[in-house]
Structure formats: C-alpha cells, structure tokens
Write a protein that binds this ligand. Structure first.
Ligand code: V47
Ligand code: SF4
Length: 376
C-alpha cells in the first residue's frame, strides 16, 4: 500500500527525472551512491524522503520502535583533547570540572541497582591519568553490583588513549576489556570522517582511520558497536554522506554495527557557538537519507536526549526505529551544550510517545533482543 502510494507520488509529482530514477532505485531496494544521496538532499520533496525512509524502516522493523532501560556513568569531563564543538570538557581546576573516584562511581551505580536497567553506558572525557587497568576494574565492579547488566562503554577515542598508554595493540586492548566484561561500544567520537574538516573541528582526536580500525577489530572480536555522525555545523552535505559511505563499507565487511545515530550539533557554551544550529528540516532529511543510504544497518537511533522528544517523534516518521532509553537523569553532555529539561523518561512516557505516532513500543536489550512488546 505504502509502496503503491509512493510509486504514484514518484510518477506524478516529481518533475526532476534524476529524483524519479533514484526513488525508483530505492523502491527496488537498490543501493544509492553518495552523489545520489546529495541529489536527494538538495532536490527531493521532504514528504517523499519521509515515505521512502519509512518504507525501509517498515521492511526492517515493521511498526516497532525500540527503547531500553539504561543509565549513563560519566566518570570525568577532564580531557586531553580540545574539540571545538564540545561544551562538556573543562580544564582541571575549573568549577565545572569533575573526576569521580572509583568509590563515587560505584556508589552512583548502586543507586540504579533496583531500577530494572539492563544497560550501563559509560563514557567521559579522555582523562590523562586513567588507564586500561582502571577502566577494566571499573567494568568488573559495575557487574558485581548489578549482575547481568550489559556494560556498553568507552568511545573509540577513549579506547585509543587507553591502548596507546598501555603500549599494546588494538586487538589486545579490546580483548582485555572484553575479558573484564565489556560487551558493546557506543558510537561516539566518529564526528566527521573527512580528514580536512576533522582537523579543523577536533584536531587532537583519534583519526578517522583509527576510529574505523577500532570498531572493525571490535566486530572481529564479536563486540557489537554503534556509529554516530556529528552533523549540522560546518560540514558540506557531500562530507556528511561520505561519512556514511565509510560506515556502510565497514558494515559490509563485518556486520558488527547495531545502529547509526545522527547527532545534531548543539551550539551553546563551546567555541563554535556562533554558527548556531541547523533547522528541523535538515534533521528530518538527515534521518531519512541515513535510513535510505545505510541499507546494511539494522537500526537508526533518534537519541531523544540530544534531539528533544518532539523531534524524536518526527524522526520516527523519517526512518528512525529506536529512541535510546530511560537514561534516568544520568548524562550531562547535552545539558551543558544547551539542551533544556532533565534527561529522564519513564517507561510509560516512552511508550506513550511512541503510541502518539501510531507505532508499537518494544523494550529491547543492548543487542535488540526483545524484552517486552507494548501493543495494547
Ligand atoms: O562523540 C559532543 C557528541 C558524542 C556535542 O552509542 C555533541 O548508543 C552535539 O556518542 N553537540 C557522545 N553533539 C555521545 C554519543 C552517544 C550518545 C547516546 C547514545 C550513544 C550510543 C552514543 O556527543 C560525541 C560527540 O559526537 N557531542 N559535543 C555538541 N555540542
Ligand atoms: Fe574530549 Fe570528547 Fe569533548 Fe572531544 S568531545 S573534548 S574527546 S570530551
């Protein structure tokens, strides 16, 4: 039905022959190129992009929208890097800087003991003094406090630093973290892979090639990971889709990515603030074309903490099928970059938000195993 409507829309309403051809390709489940993604971005009607993306989302996950019960631990915001877009990192001694001791971190974890959380997401700044032994111990201790919880921890950027500090290979470093209980790696630190632009916005950061290498090695060790893009700042549309292309190529090789998360640049309190934020239309186009382009990614996540609940509900009409989780007021990254409101939602609020867009909420674990379907 959706496919028929789309075929009619494509035949009747598009005057641009190239858009018609690309849309037909997509309907026939053929892969699109970076150039075609750019064409769509610049010339396709937004409604058509939404329907094409939603059609693919329906093929992959039907009416289901996934969420989990999770909390974040951010051990420190002290960081050896100095990304221009970051509002979170503060220098040692700053009134807004923190470095939690192991006891403080574990005390925080114990507060979520009876919360029903299935995932503990640990990320933070790249602290100069903390090493792989420290973080390995942390994972083990978290699991002692909440047995059975999945630890999804450390961006490739944090892992890169730990591994270099220990003087070991990526493979050995990841094996050590896995032995301590690491089961999944979040998608942060990818930013924009284009090397020239990366040098401008986060010059000290782990290179694109190394970020991809760390995720590839994780996949080879059977550690599932996520991927992100930081969009809506000074990148070109072509650089945006080239970024997706590098992810799609790696996913072809490994099938190790669980989901892709477009992260919109939020502009408060950082050294790129003057550029402002990209409009909602850009967010929706980015979600839709990500869903279309990344044909080998099972899920597209609209991270509600970053995009706000209203945009997240719209993103579910533009190809996203995951909204992250309850989060339990446990992250500061986005409030420090200007997002208002407490980052916490109850399961009831999440289910209600998903129902509002006539889709079915499904509680999942980190690996998208279904825990409960809310279809009444
Ligand atoms: O890598 C930093 C981004 C990321 C800003 O894998 C900013 O499930 C917008 O990756 N505006 C960390 N974004 C967060 C992240 C994440 C979040 C939730 C779930 C998962 C997952 C991953 O936040 C960083 C960077 O790209 N970031 N500053 C900013 N001003
Ligand atoms: Fe450090 Fe991450 Fe902020 Fe970059 S984005 S300065 S790596 S905390």
């Amino acid at each position: 039905m959706l496919k028929e409507t789309l075929e009619n829309l494509i035949k009747n309403s598009s005057s641009l022959i190239t858009i018609q051809e690309i849309a037909i390709k997509i309907l026939n489940n053929q892969r699109i190129s970076v150039n075609e993604a750019c064409e769509l971005y610049h010339h396709a009607p937004l409604s058509m992009l939404g329907m094409l993306a939603f059609n693919i989302k329906q093929q992959k996950s039907g009416d289901k929208v996934f969420f989990n019960r999770n909390f974040h631990i951010e051990p420190t915001n002290i960081c050896v890097n100095n990304c221009r877009f970051c509002s979170y990192k503060k220098p040692q001694g700053d009134t807004q800087a923190w470095e939690m001791t192991m006891d403080e971190i574990l005390h925080k974890v114990s507060q979520y003991k009876d919360s029903g959380a299935t995932e503990c997401h640990i990320v933070g700044g790249v602290h100069p003094d903390r090493d792989i032994n420290y973080y390995g111990t942390l994972i083990k201790e978290v699991k002692k406090i909440i047995p059975g919880i999945v630890v999804k921890a450390f961006t490739a950027v944090e892992i890169d630093y730990m591994i270099k500090k220990a003087g070991i290979s990526i493979e050995d470093g990841l094996k050590r973290l896995k032995e301590c209980g690491l089961e999944s790696i979040p998608g942060g630190g990818a930013e924009i892979f284009d090397e020239t632009l990366r040098n401008k916005i986060c010059p000290e950061k782990t290179s694109s090639q190394r970020w991809l290498e760390i995720h590839k090695t994780a996949h080879q060790l059977d550690i599932k990971t996520n991927a992100t893009i930081l969009y809506g700042h000074i990148e070109t549309i072509e650089q945006r889709f080239e970024h997706l292309n590098r992810l799609r190529l790696l996913q072809d090789e490994t099938q190790g990515f669980n989901c892709f998360i477009p992260l919109k640049y939020r502009h408060e309190n950082n050294s790129m603030s003057q550029i402002g934020e990209t409009p909602l239309i850009d967010d929706l186009k980015t979600y839709a074309i990500s869903r279309i382009f990344l044909d080998n990614f099972p899920h597209i996540k609209a991270y509600w903490v970053m995009s706000g609940l209203e945009t997240t509900k719209l993103a579910l009409q533009y190809g996203a099928d995951d909204i992250d989780g309850t989060v339990n007021n446990s992250t500061k990254i986005y409030s420090m970059a200007g997002v208002s409101g407490k980052p916490t939602m109850t399961v009831e609020q999440i289910v209600d938000a998903i129902k509002q867009v006539n889709l079915i909420a499904v509680e999942r674990d980190t690996f998208y195993n279904e825990i409960k379907i809310y279809n009444d």
